[in-house]
Ligand binder design. Structure first.
Ligand SMILES: *Cc1c(COP(=O)(O)O)cnc(C)c1O
Length: 546
């Protein structure tokens, strides 16, 4: 008989290994079933198996040990009893499995709560779709449709004809077509109308949209030759006039969607360019970017030129996005002169860049809302239209709910059943700090490559790290740890499901309610309560295995 103290670490490790539960036991635990959601079963099994393998490896390497109570810890203590409480161990493994399953689900395309305040957040999928658009997608996509079938004629039809009647009606253009996105629209239009010839563009409009969409490069791809005119800040009509000749295929205008040139500037409007283009028998093309159909001033925003205005100014072909200020699905819309749109529809690229039935269905429903005058049904306009007072009320209700649910936890010790990690909240408290929750005024942007510089007042929930004993600390030593802890709070909110994405603004973590659907307020309150109550939430991901 050997005493526990004489036991070599590997003996202890081997003994510990025997106490690990089987994969199947973990798979049946309700917390794990719940965290797995609708992840495919084989992936769930993989996650649990990997977790157990990792724990096994670390036990054998002596990196972690099982203590008397069956808790995994990375302290130096060697297990003294084989009669440990297996329940504890299972719970702890389940917690780790839940974190890993959540992480696996976050790597799938999943819904997130956008609390950034950026209405058209390109990274978060730009415009949310309306109920009507979703229903239309369901109606069309769940079965067969007349996508490329003329029901009247009983033979092949064209998908490029859908939405055309509504788009021409809304914009005043003669014809329209829809492709995959606006980048595709620009590529198609230039390829169909200017291949092998010159396109004139002002140096003030040689833009990059992000995601590597650069106008000069798209022009190169489409096989046309860029003819730059003017300077970065000033371009005049005579600059265009001087270079138009028999090599010119078109004049292109690009709306500066995501930046503003201010100061000593001059550009030539579409209305001024239209007569020049028409005199030379060449099309004037405009990439409008956002493609708004309503007056943005109505929403307290700066003025964004509308598609109707471009068409009325004499632009021959206008391209714009479906999922920016139009508030519909990702799509590129081309409207303009019938003969030119026909050339685009007939071009081989039209096939490569075509939209699917779900996009067309969603766009059709979105355009219907404009025609019916029900713009407020479109989610981005409902968001833009929400009053600051209403947002304040919602923020205050969330804060109240959280305050009611958060236990007073002065001087609470770092969590006892973790794997040797300290939580954000606990760590902050150890430094004499706590997390304060409150309501604040916010300024949000529209984003998504539209309305550069335009802002909207709003309201949101703030989380602030309060250092109670920071008197005398220098600004630097005070700010650095505070910032780190805010980053960790933000990361903790992103780690739950659905992830909540806020933004850090100076020394606060801000959840801007402008972009949050009111139905999600309760979820935010619950997750904030959990975050402030559970010292493990904040640091779970950095935690040692499991
Ligand atoms: C956003 C934008 C594009 C790209 O549109 P996508 O729909 O994202 O492809 C092109 N041009 C301008 C001016 C834009 O603002």
């Amino acid at each position: 008989m050997r005493g526990d103290s004489a036991m070599s670490p590997s003996d202890a490790a081997l003994q510990s290994l025997r106490r690990l539960p089987a994969v199947d036991v973990l798979l049946q635990m309700p917390a794990i079933v719940d965290a797995a959601g609708d992840l495919p079963r084989p992936l769930v099994v993989d996650v649990v198996r990997e977790l157990l393998n990792d724990v096994r490896t670390r036990l054998l390497a002596g990196e972690v040990t099982l203590d008397v109570e069956g808790r995994i810890s990375n302290g130096a203590a060697v297990s003294r009893s084989a009669k440990a409480n297996g329940q504890r161990l299972e719970q702890q493994l389940a917690q780790a499995a839940v974190r890993r399953l959540h992480a696996a689900r976050r790597r799938f395309l999943t819904r997130v709560v956008n609390a950034t305040g950026v209405v058209l957040h390109t990274n978060l999928g730009r415009a949310p779709l309306s109920e009507a658009a979703l229903q239309a997608v369901k109606d069309v996509a769940a079965g067969y449709s007349n996508l490329e079938y003329s029901v009247d004629a009983g033979r092949r039809g064209s998908r490029h004809d859908y939405c055309e009647a509504m788009l021409t009606r809304l914009t005043g253009a003669e014809a329209a077509m829809v492709v995959n996105n606006n980048a595709a629209a620009v590529l198609l239009v230039l390829s169909a109308l200017a291949h092998g010839r010159e396109v004139i563009l002002s140096r003030g409009e040689m833009i990059e949209i992000g995601g590597s969409f650069r106008i000069p490069e798209v022009m190169e791809q489409s096989g046309c030759v860029l003819r730059e005119v003017g300077t970065t800040n000033r371009t005049h009509l005579h600059d265009y006039e001087r270079v138009v000749d028999e090599h010119t295929a078109a004049i292109l205008k690009v709306h500066p969607s995501n930046y503003k040139i201010s100061g000593f500037t001059a550009s030539v409007s579409a209305a001024e360019l239209a007569p020049l283009a028409s005199r030379h028998g060449i099309p004037l093309i405009e990439d409008l970017g956002s493609g708004v159909l309503v007056r943005t001033e109505r929403y307290g925003l700066t003025r964004e030129p509308t598609v109707q205005e471009s068409v009325a100014a004499g632009v021959d072909v206008v391209t714009f996005s479906g999922d920016k200020l139009l508030g519909g699905p990702q799509a590129g819309i081309v409207v303009g002169r019938k003969d030119l749109i026909e050339r685009c529809k007939a071009h081989p690229l039209a096939r490569a860049l075509r939209v699917d039935k779900m996009t067309l269905a969603a766009l059709q429903a979105t355009l219907s809302a404009y025609l019916d005058g029900d713009v407020e049904e479109i989610p981005i306009y409902a968001m833009l239209d929400t009053s600051v007072e209403r947002l304040w009320e919602r923020a205050a209700a969330i804060v109240e709910a959280v305050r009611g649910g958060v236990a007073v936890r002065r001087g609470a010790a770092p969590g006892g059943d973790g794997v040797g990690s300290e939580s954000t909240a606990a760590a902050a408290e150890a430094e004499g700090a706590s997390v304060r929750i409150g309501v604040t005024d916010t300024i949000s942007t529209v984003g998504g490559g539209s309305l550069p510089g335009a802002t909207l007042p709003g309201a949101g929930v703030t989380l602030r790290i309060r250092h109670n004993s920071s008197a005398g600390a220098t600004a630097d030593s005070d700010t650095a740890p505070r910032r780190r802890t805010l980053d960790e709070l933000a990361a903790a909110l992103r780690r739950g499901l659905p992830p909540i994405v806020g933004r850090i603004d100076g020394d606060v973590l801000l959840l801007d309610l402008r972009t949050v659907h009111p139905d999600d307020d309760e979820l935010i309150a619950r997750r904030l309560t959990e975050l402030l109550n559970d010292s493990h939430v904040a640091s779970s991901e950095r935690e040692a295995t499991p």
